[in-house]
Ligand binder design. Structure first.
Ligand code: ZN
Length: 321
């Protein structure tokens, strides 16, 4: 198989999750975890539903977590063919801070465990049952952003990685290594870790869980995992490579803050390749990110109707300080 020039894929771009109540979602991610709500927009394909984006100060790729909150959505079921967990990266020195904080806020969490002899992991669930991990490590060079109620030195740095469940390693591992520029960087028990570079924000852990059925998407499920690429040119090259390897990537879709192609990887999980440009400052200033409802041109004429339809997000975060 032809070798690609490196750096067409740069690790994770964003992860998108299905949720239930929008207000509760903001309380958990902006309140409990202290992420910045960087964009309040609508699902472009279903504009009666919010699309909420969280991230660091400016929504850097590798820190972006997004939600479609569908009120009353039935719960999903974790299983094969899904990304079942996402993890956040934190400095090792912040472990005690977070244990104390989660206890104080009555958020249940698992006892810390060691993984790969180099990271300490605390498992928990969000309010919709999504599996989350806080991964305390020494290798994240990214800065925690100031400006929320979490002190910058203890702030979430961005993603650590994600965890995929598949029925066999071969196809998914083959796609990651031979088409998407990843390499196997660690292996322990039934966990194989892939990355384009050995750094937080880039890890894709692939597991074959025993005696597990296929997952079902619903509330608390990861809808898709997006990988970053610099821009249009590199995205086209990946698109062509995917096509030549028998994948069926969609045409490029304009998502206002990035351009996307989607495809289902051979293990059944929906992947996306999203461009770094233009980014989240395209329609708001860095200071006011996330404060107003932003609509793409195709939905701007429906602003008044949508503002009445969408639930109010008047959240008092001070109880999470
Ligand atoms: Zn996406």
């Amino acid at each position: 198989m032809e070798t690609l020039t490196k750096n067409r894929i740069g690790g994770l771009h964003h992860i998108t999750v299905l949720a239930d109540d929008a207000k509760r979602n903001v309380e958990f991610y902006a309140g409990v975890l202290g992420l910045r709500l960087i964009k309040k927009t609508v699902n472009f394909d279903d504009p009666g539903v919010y699309h909420l984006y969280y991230g660091d100060q400016t929504g850097s790729p590798g820190t972006i977590l997004t939600f479609f909150p569908y009120r009353g959505l039935p719960p999903g079921q974790r299983g094969i063919g899904q990304a079942v967990a996402l993890s956040f990266s934190l400095p090792s020195s912040s472990l005690a801070f977070w244990e104390k904080r989660l206890k104080r806020l009555d958020i249940p969490f698992d006892k810390p465990v060691e993984r790969f002899n180099r990271e300490t992991v605390i498992g928990l669930e969000d309010t919709d049952g999504l599996k989350l991990e806080l991964v305390f490590n020494e290798s994240d060079k990214r800065e925690g952003h100031a400006g929320t109620h979490i002190p910058a030195e203890h702030a979430i740095r961005g993603f650590f990685g994600t965890e995929l469940w598949v029925s066999d390693y071969t196809s998914t591992a083959g796609l990651l290594t031979e088409v998407m520029e990843h390499r196997l960087i660690a292996e322990q028990n039934n966990r194989m870790r892939f990355a384009v570079e050995n750094a937080p924000g880039k890890y894709v852990d692939v597991l074959v869980p025993p005696d597990t059925g296929w997952g079902k998407n619903g509330n608390g499920s990861i809808h898709h995992v997006a990988f970053r690429t610099p821009g249009k040119l590199t995205q086209n090259l990946i698109w062509e490579k995917l096509r030549s390897e028998g994948m069926h990537p969609t045409p490029v879709i304009d998502r206002q803050y990035f351009r996307s192609v989607y495809f289902r990887e051979p293990g059944g999980i929906l992947f996306e390749i999203a461009t770094d440009d233009p980014g989240f400052l395209v329609d708001e200033s860095a200071e006011t990110l996330g404060q107003n409802l932003m609509l793409p041109p195709q939905h701007e004429s429906r602003r008044q109707e949508l503002e009445e339809l969408l639930p109010k997000l008047d959240v008092d975060l001070s109880r999470y300080y």
